[in-house]
Design a protein around this ligand. Structure first.
Ligand code: NAP
Length: 489
């Protein structure tokens, strides 16, 4: 860990310790550009340099995030970081996701707005939106299993507390930024319980913000509308995977990943980083666009209340772009400035009269801690169990075997599905079956099967086939708390 005390810091000001992670690929170049500008602007920051990502995986740290880095962030609670890679064959978890989850930075804020001097097919449309992506749940929890050699599973976990806080954060951000619209983008039409939870929580909370127009949009249409009429959006709140994709798409509308900053905000800590990755083909070539990283540093300055400095750095960056100074992603190779030259121009512009002109939507940090909603507790009843089994032969042989397994227990086999489609009793459907089946057992005559009953059933199933997963079936207030298979009545 190297502590770097910038000369420019005035001794009379409060200084903010920041964990600085250069990262992989182009990371050190863009982080260095941001740091040079912050130091030249006299930002009252004390950087603690820390490591994470590829070099740590290669050094044998399985998570890619060493204890010293975790210690540093625990102290500073503020991170400026470059992109991190997970090299193939080392570590199975992304060090980025690990950092976001370890510090519970649940709100990933990705502003997207038209920039001067960056012509795109959308120039002049007034794009100015923010994607608020849930950052620690969904498929990115990375809970994966090989259930059979042919079947991989990833659990999509969406929680009510997670939905409440990301929705409230999105509305609070809209309110703080004076935005009048929040759209919730989900795939609730297909995934009614997971994606649907975000939609229903959004609809419950929206009336608390009557001055903000709240709407729900199916995520695929959101992608379509973003390309067709991006200026219609203010804040878009969405689940983790949706947000990852939508925000990269949105960055493409205003010049690409070189211009997309982000903040990962939690109750206790915040991590600021460019949206882009390590772009390995450009590493060490001094050609990469550092704007995304610089604007991430601007977000960090605002987060710690350094509004004047934020406006100065942002203004100098926008002025530099408006003057036509750009890197190769905008100018092409012939007229491009190098990363270093572009950074130097921004530093020269820090004192310019025009600096500060571009600052927009300044506000105090958005509250990230919210009380839970008080909700009636549903009346729950156990009604059955789904047992997932491996089977390589015809389902017409599996069905009678599972019926026999259930005989003498409180369960009856209701149906068997393959990849979510009912295949037993046969429906006439033309499903290509793989070797993982879900056997749905329901309590006979309305009996509520106990935990011991499930264990007995599992033992009987296991004596006949290999089971790898069981899920208890419940009703909430008499309604099924599980979905039907396609073709199941
Ligand atoms: P990427 O590094 O973001 O690069 C994709 C493309 O985006 C580049 O080839 C380049 O496009 C453009 N690009 C990215 N950054 C740019 C910049 N600053 N200026 C101009 N253009 C830029 O995505 P990837 O190739 O899919 O991922 C590479 C590695 O980064 C992977 O290991 C991935 O896991 C990791 N990653 C890390 C993070 C993170 O740390 N937060 C995020 C995403 C990916 P052209 O080829 O058109 O020039």
């Amino acid at each position: 860990m190297i502590a770097i005390a910038p000369d420019a810091i005035s001794s009379s000001r409060v200084t903010h310790p920041v964990t600085l992670i250069p990262g992989d690929g182009v990371g050190p170049e863009v982080v260095d550009a941001a740091r040079r500008i912050l130091e030249a602007a006299g930002a009252p920051l004390v950087f603690e340099e820390a490591r994470a990502g590829a070099s740590m995986f290669l050094a044998g740290v399985p998570s890619g995030v060493p204890a010293e880095t975790i210690d540093s962030i625990s102290r500073t609670r503020l991170v400026l970081k470059g992109p991190l890679e997970t090299p193939v064959g080392f570590g199975e978890k992304s060090a980025n996701v690990t950092l976001r989850k370890l510090f519970e930075t649940y709100a990933n804020v990705r502003p997207v707005r038209e920039l001067p001097g960056v012509p795109t097919p959308f120039s002049g449309r007034g794009i100015d939106l923010v994607v608020v992506r849930e950052n620690v749940e969904d498929l990115y929890a990375g809970i994966e299993h090989m259930q059979t050699p042919d079947v991989a599973q990833c659990l999509k976990l969406i929680t009510r507390p997670g939905c409440e806080r990301i929705v409230r954060f999105a509305f609070e951000l809209a309110r703080a930024e004076g935005r009048d619209k929040v759209a919730c983008a989900t795939k609730s039409n297909i995934m009614k319980m997971t994606e649907g939870m975000l939609k229903s929580v959004f609809e419950e909370i929206a009336p608390e913000y009557p001055e903000i127009e709240a709407s729900h949009i199916i995520v695929d249409n959101c992608a379509h509308q973003l390309v067709k009429r991006p200026e219609q959006f203010g804040v878009i709140v969405t689940t983790n995977l949706n947000g990852d994709i939508l925000s990269d798409l949105a960055s493409g509308l205003v010049g690409g990943l070189g211009f997309a900053p982000s903040g990962n905000i939690g109750r206790e800590a915040a991590i600021f980083e460019a949206v882009h990755g390590s772009a390995p083909k450009y590493a060490g070539k001094d050609v990469i666009n550092p704007t995304a990283m610089i604007l991430s540093a601007v977000m960090m300055l605002r987060h710690i209340g350094e509004f004047g400095l934020a406006a100065q750095v942002e203004g100098a960056t926008l002025l530099t772009l408006a003057q036509g100074h750009t890197t190769r992603d905008v100018s092409g190779d012939a007229n491009a400035l190098s990363t270093t030259e572009f950074t130097n121009r921004i530093i020269e512009n820090l004192g310019n009269a025009g600096a500060g002109a571009g600052a927009a939507r300044e506000h105090a940090p958005v509250r990230a801690a919210f009380p839970r909603m008080a909700l009636p507790v549903p009346v729950r009843a156990d009604v059955g169990a789904d047992v997932f089994v491996e089977w390589d032969e015809d389902v017409m042989l599996l069905g009678p075997m599972m019926e026999e397994a259930a005989s003498g227990t409180p369960f009856a086999l209701k149906m068997i599905s393959n990849r979510g489609t009912k295949v037993y009793p046969p429906t006439g459907a033309m499903t290509d079956c793989v070797n993982q089946y879900r056997c749905r057992f329901i309590g006979r005559d309305g009996v509520a099967p106990s935990s011991d009953d499930v264990l007995t059933l599992l033992a009987r199933v296991g004596a006949r086939v290999r089971w790898m997963h069981v899920e208890r079936l419940q009703t909430y207030d008499g309604e099924p708390a599980f979905t039907r298979a396609q073709g199941e009545d």
